[in-house]
Design a protein around this ligand. Structure first.
Ligand code: F6R
Length: 617
């Protein structure tokens, strides 16, 4: 979703802002813009539909012109991607510039009022309404300070936002505010940075303030950072945090794409997820979040998992794991449905939110609802200090490291690793798992990074070759049973989001209730068929597909014979317990989607229309 970068200091603001926008490209966007407060006291604005490179092409003349400025990458909500709708937006009197991430829901009503007062609008955006509302407030109450006028305006709007505003008569001052969308302030040496996350300024400072919900800040070299409540202007003491992020983690490190780098990082990221928590020699799992609240989980009437997209697929596998090993009933819900369907939630429920970014608007809203109803809320997030991780009662970070590719890969397998540890810990605690079973399972889980290393080594070239055959495919079907049904859903999602080929995931047995009608010699079907877990049934499903001449790409265990005898293409993975097989099987599925997309010339790291952090509903 939209990215914001702001700067006030002594460096060339153009370079800081443009480089910062590049770091935020992963969030997904369709246009970009920059505004600088030049030394002669006027704004210089450049904006364009397209990528940051397109912005550079129309703005290079602004290099070296200012030490204060801000930029934006826009993911269209109100109005198509176009030069006009790109941010920054400038007020009618030319004095205010504003960039915005989020949605102002009552913009239409305010626009009507402002139009009646004589304001005109160049774009279809809600953002241009907000910047003119601030102007209107300053016009009608000239005694108000700039930041107070911003605060007044924000009290008139509702929706979700992170904004940064500049005023030509307040040189060097940036006013920022947050409600629902993240914003971080980097504290440098005689310089301040603003950004949607810390990646744009991590090479300049390790100190940051994450603005809290409902807070705003006025930032200048003279007065530093002054944080206030948007609602009542009360002063808030800043909490300065030390950034753990380093620059190598957010660079490609020799890989062609972040997605490929992140696929290859999985042996390490899964290991990092387990580090210090799964102690295989001692035969224990000690993961603070869960260990401190075992009784809460044990006494829960049920566990409700809420999430979106890939994280929702992880949630489905979590359901299988927790029900099998801990025998606690689990429901898995799309956050967007849960929040609007008046769900029954009681104080006995435990609600687990799974979110890589920790910022997904629907998941956040569903969680708030569950909290209001008294449920115990638990977060599984990758981004440390993200909004979701801060509102939960307890939680476990996935520790997969920053995931930059829009399509989630290593965060997904880290989520499965955390869910596996939770299920096993609960099962061993409540006695549904014997000590022997528990020890065997944790030893298996501990061995997964090695197995993934093997998968990466042995299947990479094979998958690359298989992918070449499907550059022109129109449709794909992904099938799996048991634990590998959600893995099939995830494989299909990966393919469609980065290659734009239509793909559906299905439980293999459901095929005969509909999708079988689609099967002919042109239909590629990826079938996840490990030996452990309904193998005989899968063999029958493959026979049914072959009887209709479908093309079978089978993921099998080494030494497999029956599926192997029928499949058109084989991808061999090492054997593991059925419950952990989705972690291993996901890796070749990610590679398959990646190579098909690369061969089709798609922008793998920033697929069209998608955003890494979905901060609007
Ligand atoms: C798919 C993908 C999305 C996200 C979804 C939820 O590759 O990345 O489907 O999984 O938008 O995002 P988080 O996990 O950040 O809540």
């Amino acid at each position: 979703m939209c990215g914001i970068v702001g700067y006030t200091g002594h460096q060339d603001a153009y370079n800081v802002v443009i480089n910062g926008l590049r770091r935020l490209e992963y969030r997904g966007y369709d246009s970009a813009g920059i505004v600088l407060d030049t030394d002669n006291g006027s704004f210089e604005v450049a904006k364009t539909k397209g990528k940051v490179d397109d912005l550079v092409a129309v703005s290079e003349n602004l290099k070296g012109r200012a030490t204060v400025g801000m930029g934006h990458t826009r993911w269209a909500t109100h109005g198509v991607p176009s030069d006009r709708n790109s941010h920054p937006h400038i007020s009618n009197n030319g004095k205010l510039a504003l960039v915005h991430n989020g949605i102002i829901e009552n913009f239409d009503a305010i626009k009507t009022i402002l139009t009646d007062k004589g304001f005109t609008f160049k774009s279809e955006t809600d953002t241009e309404v907000l910047v003119n509302l601030i102007q209107y407030i300053m016009d009608t109450k000239p005694e108000l300070d700039f930041s107070i006028a911003v605060r007044f305006a924000l009290n008139e709007v509702y929706g979700a936002y992170a904004i940064t505003v500049m005023h030509a008569d307040y040189p060097g001052v940036l006013v920022v505010a947050r409600l629902g969308s993240p914003l971080a302030i980097g504290l440098g040496n005689q310089e301040y940075f603003i950004a949607s996350d810390a990646s744009p300024f991590v090479e300049f400072t390790k100190e940051a303030i994450y603005l809290e919900e409902g807070h705003m800040a006025t930032i200048s070299l003279e007065k530093g950072v002054d944080i206030r409540s948007i609602k009542d202007n009360s002063k808030i003491d800043p909490v300065v945090q030390e950034l753990k992020l380093n620059i190598e983690q957010i660079e490609k490190g020799g890989y062609e794409h972040f997605m490929l780098k992140e696929i290859f990082e999985q042996p390490k990221s899964i290991h990092d997820t387990m580090r210090g928590r799964l102690l295989v020699n001692e035969g224990i799992i000690k993961m603070a979040g869960i260990c401190d609240h075992l009784e809460k989980f044990n006494n829960a009437g049920r566990i409700i998992i809420i999430a979106c997209g890939t994280s929702w697929h992880a949630g489905l596998i979590g359901e299988y794991l927790i029900e099998e090993f801990a025998r606690i009933p689990v429901e898995v819900e799309y956050a967007s449905e849960f929040r609007y369907r008046n769900p029954i939630i009681t104080e006995k429920d435990v609600v687990i939110a799974i979110s890589q970014s920790g910022e997904t608007a629907d998941t956040m809203a569903a969680l708030k609802l569950a909290k209001e109803k008294g449920a115990f809320i638990y977060g599984i997030c990758n981004v440390v200090d993200s909004s979701i991780s801060r509102i939960t009662d307890a939680g476990s970070y996935t520790h997969a490291g920053p995931e930059i590719g829009v399509a989630s890969t290593k965060a997904f397998t880290a989520q499965l690793t955390v869910l596996s540890m939770i299920a096993l810990k609960l099962g061993s605690h409540n006695g549904t798992l014997s000590t022997g079973e528990f020890r065997n399972l944790i030893a298996e889980l501990y061995a997964i990074p090695k197995k993934i290393e093997e998968v990466l080594e042995t299947t990479h070239d094979t998958v690359k070759e298989i992918a070449k055959n499907y550059i022109g495919a129109q449709n794909f079907l992904y099938l799996g049973r048991g634990y590998n049904f959600p893995a099939a859903l995830e494989g299909a999602l990966k393919l469609k989001e980065i290659s734009y080929i239509h793909a559906e995931g299905y439980p293999a047995a459901e095929m005969k209730h509909g999708p079988i009608a689609l099967i002919d010699e042109n239909m590629p079907i990826v079938i996840i068929s490990p030996r452990k877990g309904h193998y005989d049934k899968i063999v029958s499903n493959v026979q049914e597909i072959k009887a209709r001449k479908g093309q079978v790409i089978a993921i099998v265990n080494k030494g497999d014979d029956q599926v192997t005898a029928m499949a058109d293409y084989l991808i061999e993975i090492p054997e593991t317990s059925e419950c952990f097989s989705p972690i291993v099987a996901s890796v070749p599925l990610q590679l398959l989607a990646y190579y098909i997309a690369v061969y089709r010339g798609a922008n793998v790291d920033q697929p069209r229309n998608l955003a890494k952090s979905v901060t609007v509903e």
